[in-house]
Design a protein around this ligand. Structure first.
Ligand SMILES: Nc1ncnc2c1ncn2[C@@H]1O[C@H](COP(=O)(O)OP(=O)(O)OP(=O)(O)O)[C@@H](O)[C@H]1O
Ligand SMILES: [Mg+2]
Length: 357
């Protein structure tokens, strides 16, 4: 997917060589990281096709196994752990079987869940995916059933979570905020995030529903659909870089922050803000083109960008790392994560950032 070698200026080539030879120096493990946001239980029912039903025009599947995976902010925490950092997760689960499964899973990854509230009479957001596998064939998703809380967790629960975060200033290097529209990420959290960023914490929001109250952050990482939504545009109108740049500058003006990283699916990423030219710094998508499953790529992008900025790398290089890591996870089945080793090996062949004049 990488452009021809002659496509890049000498400066960029030199930088790329430099990045490649330093790939082994990448080590985020010393960073202290917290994650806050909406936790999701990704529940998989693995089945095998059996027959057509005689009761209704549907397939009958035979249950084989079931398991849980970490979704939403829980997947961001898992991404942080995969890069070797100590991480504490802040958020809520319902006091139900899915909530317990999720906490057990996260503790298995050694994510510190002391900041996760178990809320009585609240439902852990759960996505149950029924997947079917024929012998020697890859898994096929057949159906998804979502179990969702009707409202956000109580205001007192959210206030307690914010109180814990306030006490973290000075004790953490980075905070990743992961919004999946289940109510944890609101304007009050936005104000707190601005304060933490002002105190020197690298605060990165991966937004979904609203950015109200979020000002003065280190960065946000919307995808094209989210950028369109926050700027009153249609995603179809944000295909050309020129239009993405217009929308990005509007968002930067409305919600000042140091960098805006727009993730563009198979078009890679575009970076705007501090020290970036008006049309941004862009990077092509990374990887071999054998895309298996893009689930969780946005979580990986936000995580790696946040850790790289917290490690004081240049924002364009942080983008290159985030893009390389996302390229690793889209080539794996399910909600995958990128380890330090995988990132180190992906980096030398990952596309370099290009400043668009
Ligand atoms: N089809 C693809 N081919 C190559 N890279 C991809 C592809 N889809 C996503 N990526 C990589 O993953 C990054 C994030 O993907 P995307 O822009 O789809 O975010 P997202 O919509 O937030 O993802 P998610 O569904 O995980 O929330 C992209 O910027 C790119 O680096
Ligand atoms: Mg996303």
């Amino acid at each position: 997917m990488r452009g021809a070698p002659g496509l890049y200026s000498r400066e960029i080539q030199a930088r790329l060589t430099c990045v490649s030879s330093h790939a082994n120096a990448i080590d985020f493990a010393p960073l202290r990281v917290s994650v806050v946001g909406d936790l999701i239980a990704d529940h998989y029912l693995v089945t095998e096709p059996r027959s057509l039903s005689r009761e209704a025009p549907v397939m009958v599947l035979r249950w084989q196994s079931e398991h849980y995976q970490a979704g939403g902010a829980a997947n961001v925490a898992r991404n942080v752990r995969a890069l070797g950092c100590a991480t504490r997760l802040h958020g809520a689960v319902g006091r139900d079987a899915r909530g317990r499964e999720l906490i057990e899973l996260l503790e298995g990854f050694r994510v510190d869940c002391l900041g996760v509230e178990s809320v009585p009479s609240w439902t852990t957001p759960t996505k149950t995916r029924i997947v079917a596998a024929e012998p020697r064939r890859s898994l096929q998703q057949v159906l998804r059933v979502d179990r969702e809380p009707a409202v956000a967790a109580d205001a007192e629960v959210r206030a307690r979570i914010r109180e814990r975060l306030v006490s973290l200033a000075g004790a953490i290097d980075a905070l990743v905020v992961s919004d999946y529209d289940y109510g944890m990420v609101d304007a009050d959290l936005g104000a707190l995030c601005g304060d933490l960023a002002a105190k020197g914490v690298t605060v990165v929001l991966d937004p979904r529903s609203s950015i109200q109250g979020f000002k003065g952050l280190t960065a946000m990482t919307p995808n094209i659909g989210e950028l369109a939504q926050f700027t009153g545009r249609r995603a179809e109108d944000l295909v050309e870089l020129r239009d993405v740049a217009d929308a990005a500058h509007e968002l930067l003006a409305r919600s000042p922050m140091r960098w805006l990283l727009v993730t563009r699916g198979n078009k890679g990423m575009a970076l705007f803000g501090e020290d970036c030219p008006a049309h941004g710094v862009v990077v092509e998508a990374s990887g071999t083109g054998n895309i298996t499953d893009v689930t969780g790529a946005g979580d990986t992008a936000a995580t790696v960008f946040a850790l790289a900025l917290a490690a004081k790398l240049d924002a364009p290089l942080a983008m290159q790392l985030a893009n390389a890591a996302s390229g690793v996870v889209v080539m794996e089945q399910g909600t995958a994560v990128c380890t330090t080793e995988q990132l180190r090996s992906a980096l030398p062949t990952s596309p370099p950032p290009v400043r668009v004049a």
